[in-house]
Write a protein that binds this ligand. Structure first.
Ligand code: IMP
Ligand code: MG
Length: 173
């Protein structure tokens, strides 16, 4: 373990569960009945959020994942993003929801969304659990779980140097 300690619980389990259910309901109501969704999770940070979220969406859907480069051991964004992109994910003519854990510098989504747009999805929306509001995205994610405080957050999928992902709540270091 890296020796970092948790400072405080920022979003507890009950709060996360309630908000995830609400977003699931909103997503379920957003799309016309009968449409099939592709829920595209950005690994690794979104894996717990996505697992909880898809169980709250009452529409036919499929799940796939993309891998974006991570922060490594640092707590600040590097400003460049590499995608280990799965070319088999079929995006064309599908309603795509990109699921991300947190918007920090926004670099990940700014790089990813144009790439996905070029593949002509039927629609493309973003659902993020946390948004630090350090920058404005164009467009902003349609679904945002919580406004994030200006601290480094871990748990519920988010890591620091790969630690803390398994915590059932979100805390700060
Ligand atoms: P961005 O590209 O700077 O918006 O950062 C996106 C990625 O950085 C997220 O998907 C996270 O993996 C990571 N990240 C940003 N802020 C935090 C944080 O507070 N805790 C853990 N990971 C973070
Ligand atoms: Mg991430």
């Amino acid at each position: 373990m890296g020796g970092r300690r948790l400072r405080r619980v920022v979003f507890d389990e009950a709060r996360l569960a309630a908000r995830v259910s609400q977003i699931g309901r909103e997503i379920s109501e957003h799309y016309p009945a009968g449409e099939k969704l592709l829920v595209l999770g950005l690994l690794k940070g979104s894996f717990i959020f996505l697992a909880d979220l898809v169980r709250r969406i009452h529409l036919p859907l499929q799940v796939d994942f993309l891998v974006a480069s991570s922060y490594g051991d640092r707590v600040t964004s590097s400003g460049t993003v590499d995608f280990l992109y799965d070319p088999d994910v079929q995006v064309t003519d599908r309603h795509v929801i990109v699921v991300e854990d947190i918007v920090d510098s926004g670099t990940t989504l700014k790089e990813l969304l144009p790439r996905l747009e070029r593949r002509r999805p039927k629609s493309l929306e973003v659902c993020v659990l946390l948004h630090k509001r350090l920058i404005q995205l164009d467009p902003e994610p349609r679904w945002v779980g919580f406004e994030a405080p200006g601290e480094f957050l871990v748990g519920y999928g988010l890591d620091h140097a790969e630690d803390f992902r398994h915590l059932p709540f979100i805390g700060s270091l």
